[in-house]
Write a protein that binds this ligand. Structure first.
Ligand code: GCU
Length: 666
């Protein structure tokens, strides 16, 4: 059996007893019979059984006490907003649509379980982002690309699995307000081809129906090159035969899966064919599919992860960081209105720290979505603890200076939510971190990233610590205040610590190639992926200012000038933007090389402190979670040690400058 993460109602603490009266009766007011409303009422009953040992009675008239799910008349709530309030002995969940009732119901239960509901409660919450999505990189054979928590729970032995876990997963993500999920790997053509073919289409429909009961739309990753293998023998987006083939395919797919949200596409990327293969633009490719899917209300989510992955390390002018902007920004305004560009947070690839992609703020008339990765590919494989929400908040708050209008919110959050331009398509997506492990996310603490991403994509103003504490209260519901503080401190310190013991000052990479866990300073230096640190005996960093690759020029002013000059570049990104001498003095008064030594020793010490803090929780939290996480902390400390040793001795040997503090570096 698997855990229910933050939705386990069976291990509640005393907090909830004061709410017992609400859980006597449920009255649904104004909504017709509907499968989504049924899901909400089942959830309330399940919670009641877990918390108070009995189901809720469903009443046909307004009860004196109980929960009322009410159809609202308040148009401003939109299709996903809700209002929760208490009146006497009744608690109300009001919304315009059944989907919003689901979100409101889960929120109501979270308020109850964290003791945050009271007689004065009257909250209205409307999601900030239209699309709040999770992308799975699950393959038909059951493996998961960059999966660190077991195998897929969607696929096994080249078949689709539908079981209780499917429903439990839909429930988990709906509780966060997630409203879209792509279940198959965008990198592998097999699943993308199979799932839209007759053999599996019925199972895809069943899956989509299960998700729909929770207000979540199913998406599939699509094989853009698919018609090459069929009669058109081409994927040229302007070829009539290809266009007709896709129209027909979409008709067939939507006849079987009418609730499908649309498709996610990776084309012209890392070996996958795309419109470039035929001398066409990315907009030609995306729009062709968008037209085919338009009659069914579907959308095409088009990834911008397009770059030359066959670079020669001797070529000092090509810069992978520039590729996304170079390929897409001149197409601004050319994408159909049912296309969304899915843009990775940084210009490279999910490193622990990167500047925000200049495509945000570089396209004024294109739907955009922010893509982050909670699968910890470069942030510790869900062995090392790395709570990413503080990092995501910095990305969302980044000011792009997209236009001069002081009224418009041109931060990344403003752009992707559609606020900056008043459009209704956009949002946030995470490459997700779940698998068929008992606890869903491998490391129990990695569930905080899933929880946090969901909550943040609903409301980007929530604080990273606030979210962490909420997750802890719901997950370790018997935890006392001190336990909560200890886990909060571990989570909040974990990303800075991880950054310290891995690659310094924004340079990134230095990981073991392909696997991406553990250090290998030169692992990617002479490889074809365009990921360099350019360290020599004098200094380290890639010169991306105006005199270098010119990457900094892709930003709007004043970011352009700020990143273009080493004096004004934020130091945490210094080596990303500038080749810097080891003896350069940072604001702290330390040289770059001393900073590298110090942060690596500190990172290792901090990892040990986190481990000790976790050990102090023995007997105070669920035993399974305690032991499993303790095992991972042992590995994390060993990893931090290895990084510290290898990075420090690499740079010591490169530059010959000794550690001022005289510590042993080999
Ligand atoms: C990274 C990752 C790949 C993945 C790619 C993507 O490069 O290592 O496994 O294919 O991102 O985002 O598509």
């Amino acid at each position: 059996m698997w855990t229910q993460c933050w939705l386990d109602y069976n291990n509640e603490n005393k907090n909830v007893s004061s709410y017992e009266d609400y859980f006597t009766t449920l009255f649904v007011d104004g909504f017709k019979k509907d499968e989504v409303i049924t899901t909400a009422s089942d959830e309330l009953s399940l919670a009641s059984k877990g918390m108070f040992g009995r189901a809720i009675d469903v009443d046909i008239a307004l009860p004196d006490k109980g929960i009322v799910i009410k159809k609202s008349e308040e148009r401003t709530l939109g299709k996903e907003g809700y209002r929760i309030y208490c009146e006497g002995s009744r608690a109300y969940i009001e919304a315009l649509t059944p989907e919003a009732v689901i979100y409101g119901t889960f929120r109501f239960l979270a308020l109850v379980r964290t003791g945050a509901l009271n007689g004065d409660t009257d909250i209205t919450e409307i999601p900030e982002n239209p699309i709040r999505m999770l992308d799975h990189w699950d393959n038909m054979d059951g493996s998961i690309e960059r999966g660190y928590s077991g195998n897929s729970f969607f696929f096994e032995n080249n078949d689709v699995i539908i079981n209780d876990r499917t429903r439990d997963y839909a429930r988990l993500i709906a509780s966060l307000g997630i409203n879209a999920v792509a279940i198959n790997n965008v990198n592998v053509k097999d699943a993308a081809t199979d799932l839209v073919n007759p053999r599996f289409i019925d199972k895809v429909r069943q899956m989509s129906d299960i998700f729909a009961c929770f207000g979540v739309k199913l998406f599939l990753s699509l094989n853009y090159a698919m018609p090459i293998e069929y009669e058109p023998q081409s994927a040229d987006p302007l070829d009539e035969k290809v266009i007709a083939w896709w129209k027909n395919k979409m008709k067939e797919v939507y006849a079987s899966v009418p609730k499908l949200g649309g498709f996610l596409v990776k084309a012209d990327s890392e070996g996958r064919p795309g419109p470039f293969t035929y001398g066409r633009t990315q907009a030609d490719g995306a729009n062709m599919l968008a037209e085919a899917i338009r009659p069914y209300g579907g959308i095409i989510i088009w990834r911008c992860f397009v770059y030359n992955c066959q670079q020669d390390w001797r070529d000092l002018t090509t810069d992978r960081a520039k590729a996304g902007y170079d390929y897409f920004h001149s197409l601004d305004g050319e994408f159909d209105d049912n296309v969304i560009l899915q843009i990775k947070n940084g210009p490279m690839d999910f490193q622990p720290r990167e500047p925000v992609s200049p495509l945000f703020g570089g396209m004024k008339n294109t739907n955009q979505m922010l893509e982050v990765q909670i699968a910890q590919e470069y942030t510790g494989h869900q062995i090392d603890v790395c709570y990413l929400i503080p990092w995501f908040k910095q990305i969302l708050e980044f000011e792009t200076y997209m236009n001069d209008d002081p009224e418009s919110d041109t931060t990344v959050a403003g752009i992707v939510s559609g606020r900056a331009r008043n459009v209704s398509l956009g949002g946030m997506v995470a490459v997700t971190n779940t698998g068929n492990d008992e606890n869903w996310t491998g490391n129990d603490l990695a569930a905080a990233n899933l929880y946090g991403f969901g909550r943040l994509s609903w409301n980007t103003k929530l604080g990273a610590e606030e979210i962490a504490r909420e997750w802890i209260r719901l997950t370790f519901s018997d935890a006392d205040g001190e336990t909560e503080d200890i886990i909060t401190r571990i989570l909040m310190g974990s990303w800075p610590t991880y950054e310290k013991y891995t690659a310094p000052l924004g340079i990134g990479w230095m990981v073991k190639p392909h696997d991406h866990y553990g250090p290998s300073v030169d692992g990617y230096e002479y490889d074809r992926w365009g990921t360099y640190h350019r360290a020599d005996w004098e200094g380290i960093g890639v010169e991306r200012g105006p005199e270098g690759t010119g990457y900094s020029l892709q930003y709007n002013s004043p970011n352009k000038e700020m990143f273009g000059d080493p004096k004004t570049t934020p130091e945490e990104l210094l080596l990303f933007f500038h080749k810097t001498p080891y003896k350069h003095i940072l604001k702290s008064g330390k040289t770059v090389i001393q900073h590298i030594y110090d942060t690596h020793f500190e990172g290792y010490e901090e990892a040990k402190k986190m481990q000790a803090a976790w050990d102090s929780l023995e007997g105070r939290i669920d035993e399974r979670a305690f032991k499993e996480t303790r095992r991972r902390f042992e590995l994390q400390v060993a990893n931090a040690r290895e990084w510290c040793d290898i990075v420090n001795s690499y740079f010591y040997r490169k530059c010959g400058i000794a550690d001022e503090k005289g510590r042993k570096i080999y």
